[in-house]
Design a protein around this ligand. Structure first.
Ligand SMILES: *Cc1c(COP(=O)(O)O)cnc(C)c1O
Length: 432
């Protein structure tokens, strides 16, 4: 298949893949409408574009209500507020996710309890939840990570059995369906992000969906500086902040939601082609399909890399070689959150970590989640979703790149060993 670009061969792919975000004249017209209206903010609450988008967004996800907010992390925080998470409560989270899943838990002075992931899906392993439940557990916060769903059947069963709330982190799952039900509509609330990389984006933004009017009212009050909600049937008044979405942001979301079904279909087609090119490739594993996922919402295409089937070449070397072939991808995309640079935490900032204990919980050093470790440091390779919005030739280039690098595993491993040796020599030189 030719010499690798990393060892001086020619690069497999020179053209760029589909860029993200995409926009059309629809977005431009909507932005101009906001500009001319003079109503740029989210106040008076809610804005015209935010309202019409939220209505459609709820429908697409088979939920009754939706509320736009200013980020995805705020969507999680507002959801936790709505279900009544209080300081010291425990919230079960997956070990392998973006730190943004866990930050809101800590900011409410609640305690995240990390549970390992299912190697078939890279999502929260429902089989391990029960052993993590304590009298302080109040909620489960599954993430529909990458291109799969957490096992909502089992999570909802456990939540009912133990009287827990469920907030779905749907930052990767716009338009996704589980047994015909929209992502975020099965738990008590679903939290979405519209940050730049997501499947629908306003640059920054988020939304909360729910079927429960009381939760919706709490969310609306919380994100609108404590003001009364739009319906105000439950008369909640809570200390909140200005977490509203502005109208410029809301304006660009509507056209993207309209395009989502067509983009989803194209992505799914291209991903099927990708799978047909990768199946039975030693060194590469695919996530297990789950027939309960009735509409795919892939934030990225995630494959498993098996170094032991690729002459022992570490993932970092494989990813670096693939990138130099002109195929953008990422290996260490997420870490087990408790191993991230956010930790250790200063327990003075998070007092609940020491309540009722002699010593504050040391979240960085109290967990071992082998599957999260394996995904984070050895196996997972993420390809951006937008690269599957192009032609089948684009997909072939990604697959060809993988095959090319695998075919040169031996040489790549030697190069990697040499680089490590040189690095060590370099260090010794400097030290002497
Ligand atoms: C993006 C993301 C978030 C947070 O969204 P922001 O809009 O960046 O605040 C939360 N969870 C996951 C899994 C994400 O990918």
């Amino acid at each position: 298949m030719g010499k690798l670009a990393i060892t001086g061969g020619s690069r497999l792919r020179n053209e760029a893949f589909t860029a993200w975000p995409l926009s059309t004249k629809e977005e431009a017209a909507a932005l101009e409408d906001v500009l001319n209206s003079g109503k740029w903010g989210g106040q008076p609450f809610p804005g015209k574009h935010a309202t019409s988008f939220a209505k459609k967004f709820a429908e697409v996800h088979t939920a009754k209500y939706a509320q736009c907010v200013n980020t995805g992390t705020v969507a999680i925080q507002a959801s936790l507020k709505a279900i009544g998470i209080r300081p010291g409560d425990e919230v079960i989270v997956p070990a392998y996710t973006w730190e943004g899943t866990v930050g809101p838990v800590l900011l409410m002075n609640a305690v995240p309890v990390f549970v390992d992931i299912d190697p078939d899906t890279y999502c929260l392993d429902a089989k391990l939840i029960e052993q993590a439940i304590t009298p302080k557990t109040k909620a489960i916060l599954p993430v529909h990570l990458g291109m799969r769903f957490a096992d909502m059947d089992e999570i909802l069963r456990l939540a009912k059995k133990h009287n827990l709330k469920v907030v779905e982190d749907c930052a990767h799952a716009h338009g996704g369906m589980w047994k015909g039900k929209g992502a975020g509509s099965m738990g008590d609330l679903g939290a979405f992000s519209f940050q730049s990389s997501k499947l629908i984006t306003s640059g920054e933004g988020g939304a909360v969906i729910t079927n429960n009017l009381e939760y919706m009212e709490l969310v609306q009050s919380y994100i609108n500086a404590g003001r009364a909600s739009l319906t105000d049937q439950f008369h909640h008044r809570i200390i909140g902040f200005n977490y509203r979405m502005g109208e410029f942001q809301a304006a660009v979301l509507g056209p993207q939601l309209d395009r989502l079904p067509q983009q989803s279909a194209l992505r799914e087609n291209n991903m099927q082609h990708f799978e047909s090119r990768l199946k039975d490739t030693p060194g590469i594993g695919l996530l297990k399909p789950d027939p309960r996922i009735t509409r795919l919402a892939p934030y990225g295409y995630v494959v498993k890399y098996f170094a032991d089937q690729a002459k022992g070449t570490p993932r970092a070397a494989f990813v670096a070689a693939l990138q130099l072939e002109g195929i953008p991808c990422d290996g260490l995309f997420y870490e087990p959150v408790y191993k991230s640079s956010l930790f250790p935490l200063d327990s003075a900032d998070f007092p609940a970590l020491s309540w009722g204990r002699d010593k504050a919980l040391d979240l960085r050093n109290m967990y071992f989640c082998p599957e999260a470790d394996k995904a984070a440091y050895e196996e997972a390779i993420w390809f951006p979703h937008q690269h599957f919005l192009g032609t089948s030739a684009d997909v072939d280039a990604i697959a060809d790149g993988i095959h090319k690098v695998l075919a040169n595993s031996e040489e790549l491993r030697e190069l990697d060993h040499k680089a490590i040796r040189n690095q060590k020599l370099g260090r010794a030189d400097r030290e002497s």
